[in-house]
Design a protein around this ligand. Sequence first.
Ligand SMILES: Nc1ncnc2c1ncn2[C@@H]1O[C@H](COP(=O)(O)OP(=O)(O)O)[C@@H](O)[C@H]1O
Ligand SMILES: [Mg+2]
Length: 364
Amino acid sequence: MSPKLSSEVRLEGVGKRYGEVWAVREVSLTILPGEFFTLLGPSGCGKTTLLRMVAGFARPDAGRILLDGQPIDPVPPWKRDVGLVFQHYALWPHLTVHENVAFGLRERKLPRAEIADRVRAALSQVGLEGFDARRPSQLSGGQQQRVALARTLAVQPRLLLLDEPLSNLDAQLRAQMRLELARLQRDLAITTIYVTHDQAEALSLSNRVAVLQGGSVVQEGTPEDIYLRPHSRFVAEFVGAANLLPVQVVEVRETGVLVEAVAGTRLPVPTDPTRWRPGSRALLCLRPEALRLEEAALGRGTGFLATVAARVFEGDRHIYEVKVGEGTHLRVELPALGEGRIFRLGDRIRVEFSAEGAVLLPEP
Ligand SMILES: Nc1ncnc2c1ncn2[C@@H]1O[C@H](COP(=O)(O)OP(=O)(O)O)[C@@H](O)[C@H]1O
Ligand SMILES: [Mg+2]
C-alpha cells in the first residue's frame, strides 16, 4: 500500500473550553511529515480533547490547526483524510475481519477489486493474513486492535491519530505491539500523533514527545531530552522514577553550581549557571540508574554517605533503598550482571553519581 505524502500538522495557540474550564490552553506545536509525535500526560490533562480537535470532532475555542499549511478547523472530520484509532476499538461484531476492514472503503464507493487489494495489504501490514473470515469474537484483544488499525490504514489517511491504542492489552502484549507499531510507522512513514499516559510507550515509540499538564504543554523534545533533561519536577517524576533532593546553591561556577544537600554534603552539578544564584533553593534530580554504590570506606568521588535500608532483586537488576541523613531515602537501581558487589541491610555505603546524571530543577 503506498501511503500518500505524509502531512505536517501545526497547532497555533489552540485552546478548548468546557464551561468555565479550559481543558486545553495555548497549545502550539508543529508535527513534521512522517514524524511519530506523542502527547504524554496523566489522565484528564487534555490529550483526547487535543486529538479530537485534530480529527475534527471538536472545534477549538482559541487558536487554529493547520494541515499542510491549510487551516482545517472549518473542514468536517470525514473530509480531513485523517485516521483515528481509539482505546476501545469498536469493531462491528456481526461483520468478519475482512468486512470490518473494508467498511470505510465501501462507504467511499471504491471499486470492488481495489477494496480487496487494500484489505489484503492492510491485514498483511498488521500481521493478520488469513484472518479475513473470522469475527471479532474469535480474536484476542491484541488481534482486534490490529484489525482496528488495519481498518484505519486501509483508507490511506495522510495523518494517523492513535488514542491510547494499547491500554486495553496486557503488559506483555503491550510491549510486543509497541515494537510492531514502531516498525509499521517507520515502514509507512505516516505522520502519527500518539496519545498515552504511559511514559515507556512514549519514550520507546516517539521521535518527539510533548508532556502535558493541566491542558498545557510543559515540555517538548526528543525522548532523551524529556528523560535526561527534564525542566521541572512534574516532568522528572512523570517520565520515570526520580530521586528529588532538596538542595541549596552555595556557589555559582563557570559551568555549573555547587549545591549543599542533605547532611551538609556538597556536590558540584553541571547546569546553566546564569539560572542560579547563591542561596537559591532547588531540587537535585537523580535517576535511580544513574547512581552507584561503594563501600563507605572505599568511595572517594562525589556522593553521599548512606545506609542500605532495603534491597529487592528483580531478575535483571537490584533495587536498593538507601537512607541518607535523617529520613531522606534514595532509590538506586543496579544491573544484576554488573561486577559490583551486593550490599546487605544496614551496610554503610557511599552513593555516587556521575555529573551528567544529575539535573538541577527549580523548586516549584
Ligand atoms: N465533553 C466534555 N464536557 C466537559 N468536560 C470535558 C469534556 N471532555 C473532556 N472534558 C474535560 O476536559 C479535561 C480533559 O479531558 P481529556 O481530553 O479527555 O483528557 P485525557 O485524554 O488527557 O485524559 C478533563 O478535565 C475532562 O473532564
Ligand atoms: Mg483520553
